[in-house]
Design a protein around this ligand. Sequence first.
Ligand code: IPM
Ligand code: MG
Length: 357
Amino acid sequence: MPLIAVLPGDGIGPEVIDASLPVVSAAAKSAGLTLDYERALVGGVAYDDGGHPLPKKTLKLCDKAAAIYFGAVGGPKYDKIPDPNLRPERGALLPLRKRYSLYANVRPAFAYKSLEDRSPLKRERVQGMDMLVCRELVGGAYFGKKQLKATSAYDVIEYNSKQIELILTFAFKAALLRKKHVTLVHKANVLATSILWKKVWDKVRVKYPDVQVDDCYVDAFAMYLISRPATYDVVVTENMMGDILTDEAAQVMGSIGLIPSASLGKAKTKWGVFGLYEPSHGSAPDIAGKGIANPLSTILSGAMMLRYSFGAEKAAQQIERAVEKVLDQGLRTGDLAAKGETSLSTTEMGQAVLKAL
Ligand code: IPM
Ligand code: MG
């Protein structure tokens, strides 16, 4: 029986994971897939427990799992840990991404019909948005050499052509299954790494003659993402640009609580691609423990897990349709509710999706 390592983590992590697991498990079961779930500590709670945000026990569990279902890590309390390498983001999440070479972070951003009025953009601009951001996840400034001194600091952005080729190839393959258009986002007017990205891009894109391409400076893309988001299909970019742009894309959708994420590597298990699945939002310490967080991003990440790590496409779509249905029914968590609209708790939203399955 395939095993899922469940790492709820900090802040709203445990709340959104608890609301999502019954949905994932029910959809998996209906596809004839019985999954085993085992929990472990990660992030600040793990640090509190044993002095490290990524305990050996947790790594052992992840090593034998077919996928990792991740909540969120971090919080103001843990920003004060003196050694930055022991803080939850740099001490747990990034090492997990690196350990399993999860180079492709996939974040689908699209406009739900019933949420078009929740986007900060005018309806006619957001209508039809349906993009897939492929963010390189194990290179760039996140993993380059760093130094922090009293009055100076640096973070090196480093990429090699192999790394770039991997994520570009991933993006082109994804585009073949969609609208066959890839946009490369870069800053080649300033950054040497972006010049290399464009060089590799020119080599890779000719292998996919059926795919239309364009490329765009990241500052301009940030602008187009709010002026004409519906014109994009697959968007591929480096680590930090992808981090920033996917938050922007999430807000265009209506809430950061909506956008799911899959982090995939080259490793395969018996059932599919090994991956880490997490909502794109963070631990949201301001609302943690209140039971009001939106679990949809985590539920939809669970759907991606069934799709990529277990080849259960039908079950994934079943979840995605159920989410659409509850939104069509007008059910909303606080982040999505308009003034005067009643909002559901995290648990109630999870149950609503379960019922809609
Ligand atoms: C994300 C998050 C992380 C990142 C943080 C928590 C380190 O913002 O997954 O987008 O920057 O990658
Ligand atoms: Mg982010």
